[in-house]
Design a protein around this ligand. Structure first.
Ligand code: ADP
Ligand code: MG
Length: 208
């Protein structure tokens, strides 16, 4: 069982959206996927309730419940994706500690990038492999992505090669309890998510 934790101190950078999109991509790839929603705001859980499909399974978990939830998932789930709350929390360290891979979504804005070092330190403290994922990039401004990569590199970290651009389909999908791939499989937003998942899958050496 593989565990991906999605963490970033800054709110609104796309943690929950990324958790859901990757979970659907992995499920479509044949994996049994569990989203553990550790955010008290429960946006992933509420999305799960809006859905009709039975995959991914979405379960809320407190920090205290986490070991038990992971034990229950073992054998049943091929992939667990943990969504964490923003701000300083006790949930994020617990979720990072159990992760095989940590993803830190960030928008290209300075307000987000300024918050990254704290989350990076957390991952390094637990010795966890970590990648930044640039999200909500301007679709018509490639220079912005290049600059953002440079800022992330200067922090001693790396951004995933696949970038998610700002696309309305992400919001529309969320409202319908869907992911972008389910909302419009031919959209650029869907292609980006599929490419990101393929890269993560290879990076984590998850076999078919
Ligand atoms: N790539 C994207 N393009 C456009 N909107 C996005 C994108 N990613 C996320 N969003 C939107 O941004 C808002 C915040 O995303 P969310 O996943 O809830 O962030 P977080 O969990 O980090 O607080 C949501 O309305 C979501 O639909
Ligand atoms: Mg969230």
């Amino acid at each position: 069982m593989h565990i991906i934790t999605i963490a970033m101190q800054k709110g609104g950078v796309g943690k929950s959206t990324l958790a859901r999109s990757l979970a659907v991509a992995a499920a479509r790839d044949g994996l049994a996927v569990l989203i553990l929603d550790m955010d008290a705001q429960q946006s992933a859980s509420q999305w799960g309730e809006r859905r009709e499909a039975d995959m991914p399974v979405v379960v809320f978990s407190t920090e205290n419940d986490l070991p038990k939830r992971l034990e229950q998932a073992r054998g049943a789930a091929g992939l667990v994706i943990i969504d964490t709350p923003p701000a300083r929390s006790t949930e994020a360290p617990a979720a990072v500690e159990v992760a095989d891979l940590v993803l830190i979504p960030t928008t290209p804005d300075v307000e987000s990038l300024e918050q990254m070092p704290r989350t990076l330190r957390l991952c390094r403290g637990f010795g966890r492999p970590v990648w930044a994922v640039i999200n909500m990039a301007n679709p018509t401004g490639p220079a912005e992505v290049a600059q953002t990569r440079e800022v992330i590199r200067a922090m001693g970290a790396q951004a995933a090669p696949v970038v998610l651009h700002r696309r309305k389909a992400h919001r529309d999908a969320s409202a319908s309890g869907l992911s972008v791939q389910e909302m419009d499989g031919a959209s650029k937003a869907a292609d980006e998510v599929t490419d990101l998942w393929a890269w993560i899958r290879a990076e984590m050496q998850i076999r078919h």
